[in-house]
Write a protein that binds this ligand. Structure first.
Ligand code: NAD
Ligand code: DAU
Length: 356
């Protein structure tokens, strides 16, 4: 039995990872720690209520005593840290919480894991332990028309979000280089799939288009992201947990670069066909004021994880986006719940002025 402490397991990728692990392994136990911020939602884990391999704990990764208790009480073999403030636009209007959660929270997890796993006298780590930091391609900054991010690309973050993630990555590496802590860092490109909060491009466009609302495209819409179906990301993390070499970074990407405008038009055409609704059409698109400091292009070279761990993306974009659109159509109640209350205030603050 391998015990995982998964943080942020009620969010988008974290909840998909928890489901993935319980589906693919019988011999795992998951302690799922999440603060349930606006982005975390227990509905994402509802079907696991009767699965005693999954234990949910509401709490903050910055909480020193709680993390210490969880590590002593459950003695996890692997910590996978998904917990973060994850939205670039929110980091532009309010950067401080990104430092608290993404930097201080990560350092707290590292420090508590060191307390639990490190024998300072012998300078040895307990066998079979590993810490995984789920990071992002955004730490590398932006690409021009050519080339890809490799694990050797220097960090050059531009947004408060990516700066906080890069800072956290430096601390993770520092714990490896200074104390020999067994860590791995994964840096993944843009994920899409079920349970993604509708502040991010794909679920926001699906929701707005279904309601015949305007579809906000920042600037000219020709920025490029490298889209990966979330389940492929979960498999990559599973492989890094079991086979990733300590101290190493693994880039994870779908070789699926698309412009934002392409993505928006693709969703329009699929939704319109699925719902047989000609009012879902390209005239809903609104080019609005661009995101400040907007990175033009991301593109991952995933060769290292392919060569070392045999990972390749298995879901092509056509299949992934069809599954995603179907999931959102079948879970309108989920979208309605998560977009009530605070979301409406957020939407007005972020888009009200831009759309008028
Ligand atoms: P998300 O915003 O959907 O989920 C984040 C989760 O963390 C939420 O459940 C939230 O409640 C929880 N959380 C926030 N602050 C916390 C705290 N202080 N203590 C405990 N829990 C807390 O994010 P996501 O898109 O699922 O991203 C997960 C991780 O993957 C993040 O670290 C992000 O940087 C990284 N990542 C995301 C993508 C992407 O495309 N979404 C791509 C690469 C990397
Ligand atoms: O690259 C990995 C990153 O992908 C993760 O680290 C982040 O946590 C995740 O949020 C995501 O960041 P992006 O900024 O790329 O994702 P977002 O969905 O916010 O935006 C995708 C692109 O679409 C980006 O170029 C901005 C644009 N966009 C976004 C929104 C929300 C729009 O044009 N209109 C919008 O309304």
């Amino acid at each position: 039995m391998t015990t995982y402490l998964v943080t942020g397991g009620a969010g988008f990728i974290g909840s998909n990872f928890v489901h993935y692990m319980l589906r693919h392994h019988t011999d795992v136990r998951i302690i799922d720690l999440d603060a349930l911020t606006y982005a975390g939602n227990l509905e994402n884990l509802k079907d696991l209520e009767d699965d005693d391999r999954h234990v949910f704990v509401r709490g903050d990764i910055c909480d020193r005593a709680l993390i210490g208790d969880l590590l002593r009480g459950w003695d996890p073999d692997v910590i996978v840290n998904f917990a973060a403030e994850s939205h670039v636009d929110r980091s532009i209007t309010g950067p401080e919480i990104f430092v608290v959660t993404n930097v201080m929270g990560t350092v707290n997890l590292l420090q508590r894991a060191k307390d639990a796993w490190y024998d300072a006298g012998q300078k040895t780590w307990r066998k079979g332990k590993k810490y995984i930091q789920v990071s992002t391609d955004e730490v590398y900054g932006a690409l021009g028309a050519e080339g890809y991010f490799t694990e050797e690309t220097p960090l050059d973050p531009h947004s408060p979000y990516s700066s906080s993630k890069a800072s956290a990555d430096h601390f993770v590496k520092a714990f490896h280089d200074t104390y020999g802590m067994p860590v791995c860092i994964t840096r993944c490109s843009n994920n899409y799939g079920p349970y993604q909060f509708p502040e991010k491009l794909i679920p926001l466009i699906i929701r707005n288009a279904s309601e015949h609302m305007p579809l906000p495209v920042y600037g000219d819409g020709m920025q490029i992201r490298d889209w990966l179906y979330v389940e492929d990301h979960c498999r990559a993390i599973d492989l890094v947990a079991s086979g990733g070499r300590p101290g190493e970074v693994y880039n994870v990407g779908g070789h699926n670069e698309r412009s934002n405008l392409f993505i928006v038009k693709e969703i329009i055409s699929r939704l319109s066909a699925r719902l047989d609704d000609p009012a879902i059409c390209e005239s809903l698109i609104r080019h609005v004021e661009d995101r400040p400091g907007h990175d033009r292009r991301y593109g991952i070279d995933p060769e290292k994880i392919r060569k070392e761990l045999g990972w390749i993306p298995e879901t092509n974009f056509g299949t992934g986006i069809a599954k995603t659109v179907d999931w959102y159509l079948a879970h309108r109640d989920w979208t309605d719940h998560v977009t009530s209350g605070e979301y409406l205030r957020y939407y007005e603050e972020m888009y009200g002025e831009r759309m008028r």
